[in-house]
Design a protein around this ligand. Structure first.
Ligand code: URA
Length: 238
């Protein structure tokens, strides 16, 4: 935490004395609220504006989390459940790019880069998402083809998907299926399998674009490399 006048001055806008004047004369807001008290302290997370212009741009941060089961993909949960933020230590305002269900595990990207986040989530970007699903029963050839071609969920057909059955347990009557989609509709994978008569018992996102879980255990995270951020921009812009 630092004193507001020091932060303003440090951004090279003006001297400390001038910053104090700006504050006491009512030119400065912190998180949208007018601040005229000189002793006020602020952190990196606070949004400081002088005459309505933001002066402290947050450094961009890009985090790849192996989301564990039993966590909500939000920054705060009213019901007091664990959120993905409980696994991350940061002083930046990062938030998840898209959602994974409470019981879904796997690749989750978090960032404070709103531009990239919006681009990645835009349907036109067609970012690949690879899921491994453990489903009830054994899929027939026809069911696999229906999933590949697209099935109607919530009144609209899904885009073509790649589907590979990886393993079949005849005794337990379950299958492990890899499914690759590029849309991001609500509960999409579960609904797609349900549509062809197979409930999803477990779901994991193995890959988002080229980002996978290599080197991470459940609940662990890493920062993206600059090169990876550039690659994501390139993919999303296509
Ligand atoms: N599809 C789902 O059904 N759930 C997820 O968490 C992600 C994709």
């Amino acid at each position: 935490m630092e004193r507001l006048q020091k932060v303003i001055a440090n951004y090279g806008i003006c001297s400390r004395r001038k910053a104090e004047e700006l504050i006491s004369k009512g030119h400065v807001t912190v998180n949208g609220k007018l601040v005229t008290t000189l002793g006020t302290t602020v952190s990196d997370k606070d949004i400081i504006e002088v005459d309505g212009e933001r002066i402290n741009k947050e450094q961009k941060e890009y985090i790849l989390l192996f989301k564990p089961r039993g966590t909500v993909t939000t920054t705060h949960d009213d019901k007091g459940r664990k959120t993905v933020m409980d696994y991350i230590e940061t002083d930046k305002r990062v938030y998840p790019v898209g959602r994974l269900d409470y019981d879904t595990t796997g690749v989750l990207l978090l960032t404070n880069d709103g531009e990239l986040s919006n681009m990645l989530m835009h349907p036109k970007a067609e970012i690949e998402k690879v899921y491994i699903a453990k489903v009830k029963g054994i899929l027939s050839g026809d069911e696999i083809n229906r999933l590949k071609r697209g099935v109607v969920i919530d009144g609209r057909k899904t885009a073509p998907a790649k589907v590979k059955v990886q393993k079949v347990d005849k005794k337990a009557q379950t299958s492990i299926v890899e499914i690759t989609i590029h849309e991001g509709r609500n509960h999409q994978v579960k609904k797609m399998f349900e549509r062809v008569g197979h409930d999803v018992l477990k779901l994991k996102r193995e890959r988002l674009a080229f980002l996978d879980l290599k080197g991470l255990k459940s609940g662990e995270y890493r920062y993206l490399k600059i090169k990876e951020v550039h690659q994501l921009y390139m993919l999303a812009k296509k």
